[in-house]
Design a protein around this ligand. Structure first.
Ligand code: PGA
Length: 251
Protein backbone atom coordinates (compact mmCIF):
# COMPACT_ATOMS: atom_id res chain seq x y z
CA UNK A 1 0.00 0.00 0.00
CA UNK A 2 1.26 3.41 -1.00
CA UNK A 3 1.38 6.21 1.57
CA UNK A 4 1.37 9.86 0.52
CA UNK A 5 3.80 10.51 -2.33
CA UNK A 6 5.17 13.49 -4.24
CA UNK A 7 4.09 13.68 -7.87
CA UNK A 8 6.25 16.08 -9.85
CA UNK A 9 5.31 17.37 -13.31
CA UNK A 10 8.52 18.31 -15.12
CA UNK A 11 7.38 20.31 -18.13
CA UNK A 12 10.95 20.88 -19.34
CA UNK A 13 10.75 23.27 -22.35
CA UNK A 14 7.72 21.50 -23.81
CA UNK A 15 5.12 24.22 -23.15
CA UNK A 16 5.48 27.88 -24.11
CA UNK A 17 4.61 30.60 -21.60
CA UNK A 18 1.06 30.97 -23.01
CA UNK A 19 0.48 27.23 -23.06
CA UNK A 20 1.79 26.81 -19.51
CA UNK A 21 -0.52 29.52 -18.18
CA UNK A 22 -3.50 28.19 -20.15
CA UNK A 23 -2.89 24.67 -18.74
CA UNK A 24 -3.12 25.94 -15.15
CA UNK A 25 -6.07 28.24 -15.85
CA UNK A 26 -7.99 25.41 -17.50
CA UNK A 27 -7.18 22.60 -15.07
CA UNK A 28 -6.55 24.33 -11.74
CA UNK A 29 -9.72 22.97 -10.13
CA UNK A 30 -9.07 19.45 -11.39
CA UNK A 31 -5.51 19.64 -10.08
CA UNK A 32 -6.83 20.81 -6.72
CA UNK A 33 -9.03 17.71 -6.52
CA UNK A 34 -6.16 15.45 -7.58
CA UNK A 35 -3.97 16.94 -4.86
CA UNK A 36 -6.34 15.65 -2.16
CA UNK A 37 -4.33 12.57 -1.35
CA UNK A 38 -0.85 13.30 -2.67
CA UNK A 39 1.39 16.32 -3.08
CA UNK A 40 1.56 17.67 -6.60
CA UNK A 41 4.40 19.88 -7.79
CA UNK A 42 4.29 21.72 -11.12
CA UNK A 43 7.68 22.63 -12.63
CA UNK A 44 7.19 24.99 -15.59
CA UNK A 45 10.06 26.82 -17.28
CA UNK A 46 11.51 29.87 -15.50
CA UNK A 47 9.53 32.48 -17.45
CA UNK A 48 6.19 31.05 -16.33
CA UNK A 49 7.04 30.68 -12.61
CA UNK A 50 5.74 34.06 -11.45
CA UNK A 51 2.39 33.88 -13.24
CA UNK A 52 1.80 30.27 -12.29
CA UNK A 53 2.74 31.02 -8.70
CA UNK A 54 -0.07 33.61 -8.60
CA UNK A 55 -2.51 31.18 -10.21
CA UNK A 56 -1.65 28.47 -7.69
CA UNK A 57 -1.99 30.76 -4.68
CA UNK A 58 -4.41 29.29 -2.10
CA UNK A 59 -4.31 25.84 -3.69
CA UNK A 60 -2.50 22.78 -2.27
CA UNK A 61 -0.43 22.53 -5.47
CA UNK A 62 3.25 23.40 -5.10
CA UNK A 63 5.55 25.17 -7.50
CA UNK A 64 8.97 23.87 -8.48
CA UNK A 65 11.83 25.07 -10.67
CA UNK A 66 13.73 22.92 -13.12
CA UNK A 67 17.17 24.25 -12.20
CA UNK A 68 18.98 26.78 -9.99
CA UNK A 69 22.31 28.58 -10.04
CA UNK A 70 25.13 27.31 -7.83
CA UNK A 71 25.93 30.97 -7.01
CA UNK A 72 24.00 33.22 -4.66
CA UNK A 73 24.10 36.37 -6.87
CA UNK A 74 26.40 38.23 -9.26
CA UNK A 75 27.56 38.32 -12.87
CA UNK A 76 26.16 34.97 -14.02
CA UNK A 77 24.31 35.70 -17.26
CA UNK A 78 21.36 33.45 -17.86
CA UNK A 79 21.30 31.94 -14.37
CA UNK A 80 18.57 32.17 -11.71
CA UNK A 81 19.34 32.29 -8.00
CA UNK A 82 17.73 30.23 -5.26
CA UNK A 83 16.65 33.49 -3.59
CA UNK A 84 14.71 34.51 -6.73
CA UNK A 85 13.06 31.10 -6.82
CA UNK A 86 12.07 31.49 -3.19
CA UNK A 87 10.73 35.00 -3.81
CA UNK A 88 8.45 33.83 -6.63
CA UNK A 89 7.06 31.02 -4.49
CA UNK A 90 9.02 27.90 -5.44
CA UNK A 91 9.19 25.36 -2.65
CA UNK A 92 10.84 22.61 -4.72
CA UNK A 93 13.62 22.51 -7.31
CA UNK A 94 14.87 19.76 -9.63
CA UNK A 95 18.65 19.45 -9.54
CA UNK A 96 21.07 17.39 -11.64
CA UNK A 97 18.61 16.37 -14.32
CA UNK A 98 20.40 14.22 -16.89
CA UNK A 99 19.56 16.71 -19.65
CA UNK A 100 21.63 19.31 -17.77
CA UNK A 101 24.38 16.83 -16.98
CA UNK A 102 24.44 15.94 -20.70
CA UNK A 103 23.90 19.27 -22.50
CA UNK A 104 25.42 21.67 -19.96
CA UNK A 105 28.16 19.32 -18.74
CA UNK A 106 26.85 19.78 -15.22
CA UNK A 107 29.25 18.12 -12.77
CA UNK A 108 28.64 16.51 -9.39
CA UNK A 109 30.60 19.40 -7.82
CA UNK A 110 28.21 21.95 -9.38
CA UNK A 111 25.30 19.93 -8.04
CA UNK A 112 26.75 20.17 -4.54
CA UNK A 113 26.89 23.99 -4.93
CA UNK A 114 23.29 24.13 -6.16
CA UNK A 115 22.13 22.07 -3.19
CA UNK A 116 23.85 24.44 -0.78
CA UNK A 117 22.07 27.39 -2.39
CA UNK A 118 18.70 25.65 -2.14
CA UNK A 119 19.35 24.83 1.50
CA UNK A 120 19.93 28.53 2.29
CA UNK A 121 16.67 29.41 0.49
CA UNK A 122 14.76 26.57 2.25
CA UNK A 123 13.73 25.00 -1.06
CA UNK A 124 13.36 21.21 -1.10
CA UNK A 125 15.57 19.55 -3.73
CA UNK A 126 14.56 16.78 -6.09
CA UNK A 127 17.92 15.40 -7.20
CA UNK A 128 18.12 13.21 -10.28
CA UNK A 129 20.56 10.32 -10.51
CA UNK A 130 20.85 7.68 -13.20
CA UNK A 131 23.07 5.90 -15.68
CA UNK A 132 23.24 6.13 -19.48
CA UNK A 133 22.47 3.15 -21.72
CA UNK A 134 26.21 2.59 -22.33
CA UNK A 135 26.93 2.64 -18.59
CA UNK A 136 24.02 0.29 -17.97
CA UNK A 137 25.26 -2.22 -20.55
CA UNK A 138 28.83 -1.95 -19.24
CA UNK A 139 27.57 -2.91 -15.76
CA UNK A 140 28.60 0.50 -14.34
CA UNK A 141 25.20 1.53 -12.96
CA UNK A 142 26.07 1.15 -9.27
CA UNK A 143 29.40 3.02 -9.56
CA UNK A 144 27.83 5.89 -11.49
CA UNK A 145 24.97 6.26 -9.02
CA UNK A 146 27.35 6.20 -6.05
CA UNK A 147 29.52 8.93 -7.62
CA UNK A 148 26.38 11.03 -8.12
CA UNK A 149 25.29 10.36 -4.53
CA UNK A 150 28.63 11.64 -3.24
CA UNK A 151 27.58 15.16 -4.32
CA UNK A 152 24.42 14.78 -2.26
CA UNK A 153 26.31 13.45 0.76
CA UNK A 154 28.76 16.37 0.59
CA UNK A 155 25.99 18.95 0.42
CA UNK A 156 23.82 17.36 3.09
CA UNK A 157 26.63 17.69 5.65
CA UNK A 158 26.34 21.48 5.39
CA UNK A 159 22.64 21.81 4.70
CA UNK A 160 19.51 22.10 6.78
CA UNK A 161 17.07 20.22 4.59
CA UNK A 162 14.20 18.41 6.31
CA UNK A 163 13.78 16.21 3.24
CA UNK A 164 15.89 15.47 0.19
CA UNK A 165 14.14 13.72 -2.68
CA UNK A 166 16.34 11.53 -4.86
CA UNK A 167 14.81 10.56 -8.19
CA UNK A 168 16.27 7.53 -9.91
CA UNK A 169 15.97 8.38 -13.59
CA UNK A 170 17.90 6.03 -15.88
CA UNK A 171 18.93 8.22 -18.84
CA UNK A 172 17.91 5.47 -21.26
CA UNK A 173 14.36 5.55 -19.90
CA UNK A 174 13.81 9.31 -20.27
CA UNK A 175 11.46 10.10 -23.12
CA UNK A 176 12.18 6.77 -24.80
CA UNK A 177 9.24 4.60 -23.73
CA UNK A 178 11.78 2.06 -22.38
CA UNK A 179 11.46 1.36 -18.67
CA UNK A 180 13.41 -0.59 -16.07
CA UNK A 181 11.82 -3.50 -14.23
CA UNK A 182 10.51 -2.88 -10.74
CA UNK A 183 13.20 -5.30 -9.48
CA UNK A 184 15.89 -3.11 -11.06
CA UNK A 185 14.44 0.01 -9.42
CA UNK A 186 14.24 -1.76 -6.03
CA UNK A 187 17.86 -2.82 -6.40
CA UNK A 188 18.92 0.78 -7.13
CA UNK A 189 16.87 1.98 -4.14
CA UNK A 190 18.81 -0.45 -1.90
CA UNK A 191 22.10 0.84 -3.33
CA UNK A 192 21.04 4.42 -2.59
CA UNK A 193 19.85 3.57 0.92
CA UNK A 194 23.05 1.69 1.71
CA UNK A 195 25.23 4.48 0.38
CA UNK A 196 23.40 7.21 2.27
CA UNK A 197 22.71 5.20 5.40
CA UNK A 198 23.71 8.12 7.64
CA UNK A 199 20.17 9.47 7.85
CA UNK A 200 17.49 7.45 6.14
CA UNK A 201 14.60 9.68 7.19
CA UNK A 202 16.18 12.65 5.41
CA UNK A 203 16.19 10.93 2.02
CA UNK A 204 13.07 9.97 0.09
CA UNK A 205 13.28 7.97 -3.11
CA UNK A 206 11.39 8.57 -6.35
CA UNK A 207 11.32 7.07 -9.83
CA UNK A 208 11.19 8.92 -13.17
CA UNK A 209 11.51 7.92 -16.82
CA UNK A 210 8.71 7.27 -19.37
CA UNK A 211 6.01 7.09 -16.69
CA UNK A 212 2.61 6.78 -18.34
CA UNK A 213 -0.93 5.63 -17.43
CA UNK A 214 -0.09 2.10 -18.60
CA UNK A 215 2.94 1.51 -16.36
CA UNK A 216 2.32 3.64 -13.25
CA UNK A 217 0.50 0.92 -11.30
CA UNK A 218 3.50 -1.40 -11.37
CA UNK A 219 5.70 1.39 -9.93
CA UNK A 220 3.24 2.02 -7.10
CA UNK A 221 4.03 -1.48 -5.86
CA UNK A 222 7.72 -0.70 -5.26
CA UNK A 223 8.44 -0.81 -1.56
CA UNK A 224 8.98 2.57 0.12
CA UNK A 225 8.63 4.58 -3.11
CA UNK A 226 8.00 8.19 -2.12
CA UNK A 227 7.38 9.91 -5.42
CA UNK A 228 7.29 10.05 -9.19
CA UNK A 229 8.87 12.47 -11.65
CA UNK A 230 6.70 12.68 -14.75
CA UNK A 231 8.00 14.39 -17.90
CA UNK A 232 6.24 14.10 -21.26
CA UNK A 233 3.01 12.63 -19.88
CA UNK A 234 2.56 15.55 -17.46
CA UNK A 235 2.22 18.07 -20.31
CA UNK A 236 -0.97 16.30 -21.45
CA UNK A 237 -3.46 16.94 -18.67
CA UNK A 238 -5.64 13.90 -19.42
CA UNK A 239 -2.65 11.58 -19.18
CA UNK A 240 -1.39 13.30 -16.03
CA UNK A 241 -4.85 13.05 -14.45
CA UNK A 242 -4.99 9.32 -15.23
CA UNK A 243 -1.53 8.80 -13.71
CA UNK A 244 -2.42 10.67 -10.51
CA UNK A 245 -5.80 8.89 -10.27
CA UNK A 246 -4.09 5.51 -10.54
CA UNK A 247 -1.60 6.53 -7.83
CA UNK A 248 -4.56 7.61 -5.67
CA UNK A 249 -6.18 4.20 -6.25
CA UNK A 250 -3.04 2.45 -5.04
CA UNK A 251 -3.33 4.04 -1.61
P1 PGA B 1 9.81 11.46 -19.30
O1 PGA B 1 10.80 12.44 -18.53
O2 PGA B 1 8.67 11.15 -18.35
O3 PGA B 1 9.36 12.23 -20.51
O4 PGA B 1 10.58 10.23 -19.66
C1 PGA B 1 11.07 12.27 -17.18
C2 PGA B 1 12.10 13.28 -16.75
O5 PGA B 1 13.02 13.58 -17.52
O6 PGA B 1 12.03 13.82 -15.64
Amino acid sequence: MLSSVLIVANWKMQLSYNKSVAYIQTYRDDLRTLANSHSIVICPSFDALTTISMLLKDTPISLGAQNVSGHSFGAYTGQVSALSLQEVGCTYCIVGHSELRQYNNESNEQITQKLLQLSLAKITPIICVGETAAQYHAGETQNIICAQLEAIKNASQYSTFDTIYIAYEPVWAIGTGKTPTTEHISMIFSTINNYLNSNKTLYKLMYGGSINPENIESYCAIEKISGFLVGGASTDFQKFKKIVSLINKAR
